[in-house]
Design a binder for this molecule. Sequence first.
Ligand code: ADP
Ligand code: MG
Length: 569
Amino acid sequence: EFRAEVHSFQAEVAELLHLMVHSVYSETDVFLRELISNASDACDRLRWEAIARPELLADDPGLTIRLRPDSAAGTLTVSDNGVGMDRQELVDNLGTIARSGTRAFVGKLAEAKDGSGLIGQFGVGFYAAFMVADRIEVTSRRAGSPETWMWRSTGANGFELEPADAAGAARVGRGTEIVLHLKEDAKKYLQVHEIERVVHAYSDHIQFPIILVGAGETSTGETAGDEAESAATPRQINTASAVWQRSKSELKPDDYTQAYRSICGAFDEPAVTLHYRAEGRQSYAVLLFVPSSSMFDLYDPARKSHLKLYVRRVYITDDAVLLPSWLRFVRGVVDSEDLPLNLSREMLQNNPQVAAMRKAITGKVLSELESVATKDAETFATVWESFGAVIKEGLYEEPDRREQILGLARFTSTTGTGRTLAQYVADLKENQTEIYYLAGDDLDRLKANPKLEAARARGIEVLLLTDPVDALWTSLRIDFKGKGFKSLSQGEVDFSLVPLAEVAKAESETPDDKAVDEAAVIAAVKLALGERVSDVKASQRLTDSAACLVAGGFGPDRELERLLAKQNR
Ligand code: ADP
Ligand code: MG
């Protein structure tokens, strides 16, 4: 007699499950989306593995996802005939959290009132099922393996693992069956219309058929009627077409929102949607989204774009670099007609077709952003607010795109917010030849900085830069329309050619100003500060304050150094 192996959860999983079970979520629906998305991933992976080993699919070629509510047993079963999991994969995948952002997630979940948005954003995945179930059994058989294993847990301490019994092995010929013993307050998920509602809301665009099976009676106690009748025969409840392959004209805004949510695992609306088909030397379909809010892994050290690459509807990888890292916030799918199906990782990295696609898609994304910026300034403002700091990384990573990126950039300046460089340059003062900026980590402190005084006295606009990335691109000696960028906290700043604004002029001509003996003041200050400063100079930077510290012309800029330190942390 085989005794079940007892495993405990990795500490993070235990913590996560504890929070899942003990927090009150308004939106438990996400569990079904997560399980369906896993089933879809499993089908995708099997289809990919079957390119090299067609026998894996041969005996059961139609990949499907099945949902079976059983009112009598109080269970909802989600099954797929995808790739499945062997014993070790069950232990690794359903007992640990391998994902990078998870520790951060656990922290955030604890402080959040309603964690469901976070669950979507962080993709808690499988474990979300414990929001609705107090017991879960997973029976799985890896494609090509003779063994079927059963994983079982109440979500409390850990899980048990044992070979499936004969009935289980017979039920699961290939793939995974997940039986959820629903909690009392989650029994609504036994109802056909609830299941359909959730599938339509979150999973309609899953590429594989989602089939509702043998629903029997609903738990509402309503007289059986049509619903129970029709539910008894298996029927497909999703559209199951690759949405990016459909023509733009047949898709409504709501279709795009749903596609965005199901492809990107998001809950919000996309801020920008870009759907097109490239024809020519290469043909491919593109469906991309700019989310309307930032995501937790935006600053992951890998800084990689994770567009999903499909080849002729077969999912290949999200590891192909189809966009540069400074557009990594863009999510979605690229489906190529030309690439070979059996792409290895190395081939992806050096593949000239992929490189050409990346270049073309990057251009498309930028021109779409430009068009949003002109047509819908409000939307663009939110995009820039969330992702501008990432886009600015492109200024040093891709010199060829510099002009375009500078054109998109929005700044807070002494004149206002949302300022473009084109506006800045159009408003240059007489004889002003440079674009002035002041960098620091806090906007309010920057605004109060005495180094702004002289610029203010001359009505010169100064950009106030607060993103860590600003330290990097401003050090590159780049220019915009022939105007260089010049820091007010570094080296000499010469405003003498720019006339004073009228008010300031009047003030500066008061007699006691004239009476100051500059040389004597400087000598006294030098004596007092000794070797703590390298030089003391009279400056035009200030009008009201008496003195300020600046870096030497060729030395490092102190504010920038601080920002850089922050970026590298
Ligand atoms: P994610 O899907 O983001 O990786 P999940 O928690 O949803 O995270 O799932 C964890 C892992 O468990 C998956 O990566 C996959 O390897 C495995 N898994 C989950 N469900 C299935 C399934 N139905 N078939 C095969 N593997 C699965
Ligand atoms: Mg998942």
